[in-house]
Write a protein that binds this ligand. Structure first.
Ligand SMILES: Nc1ncnc2c1ncn2[C@@H]1O[C@H](COP(=O)(O)OP(=O)(O)OP(=O)(O)O)[C@@H](O)[C@H]1O
Ligand SMILES: [Mg+2]
Length: 189
């Protein structure tokens, strides 16, 4: 287990470059974004909490895309798209990275996790020399498990060693009694 501190943590801060930002265009019209200059992240876990519509998902999506993730989620290797709706926030975000690099990465998006599961099935149906992708996630189709089970499996089995997890709407990912297990699992990675 990697012990991270404020120098080694995977992303130390998120900076918004205000030069060249287009005026009057979403998401730069959001008060939260207009007032954002630098956001420091905690070495272990950072929660983004706020009222509905303030821009939490927009911010997390922007950070995830700037990090190299597919807007609809998955590992850094996923590049499918079912609907192109992400904002241009990522183009103005600068990530201040620490000295450590995670071995595994996963962007959990509750709304699009179904598409991630489908994409894994499609990729595994194509001829390949290596092991199936689903084998990294327990070997059983993510469509054949409950929503919570598939998330627990991904956070517990699929991501070994050190992992960086972007978790959007964790309340939708974890069943009621699995929440603390989920959280412990992701903090221990
Ligand atoms: N593609 C878009 N174009 C224009 N406005 C958008 C777009 N996507 C989201 N918005 C608006 O931007 C605001 C922020 O949306 P966002 O989804 O980031 O909020 P949130 O803080 O995650 O809310 P919630 O807690 O309900 O999930 C909302 O008012 C939303 O209606
Ligand atoms: Mg949201």
């Amino acid at each position: 287990m990697a012990i991270l501190n404020s120098n080694s943590q995977y992303i130390r801060a998120v900076r918004l470059k205000h030069e060249g930002i287009p005026h009057g265009i979403f998401p730069f019209t959001l008060p939260f974004v207009r007032n954002l200059h630098e956001l420091e992240l905690h070495p272990n876990i950072t929660y983004v909490i706020g009222e509905n519509g303030m821009g939490k998902s927009t911010l997390l999506e922007g950070i995830a895309i700037a990090y190299g993730f597919n807007p609809e989620g998955g590992t850094l290797n996923f590049n499918f798209s079912s609907f192109n709706s992400h904002s241009k926030l990522d183009e103005h975000i600068r990530l201040v990275k620490g000295t450590e690099r995670a071995r595994d990465h996963f962007f959990f998006r509750a709304e699009t996790f179904y598409n991630v599961a489908t994409n894994i099935e499609e990729l595994d149906q194509q001829p390949a020399y290596g092991p199936r992708i689903i084998d990294s996630f327990g070997g059983v189709s993510l469509h054949e498990q409950s929503h919570g089970e598939s998330f627990l499996l991904c956070s517990g089995n699929g991501l070994g060693g050190t992992a960086y997890i972007f978790w959007m709407n964790p309340r939708l990912h974890c069943p009621l009694f699995g929440k603390s297990h989920c959280l412990r699992g992701s903090m221990n990675l």
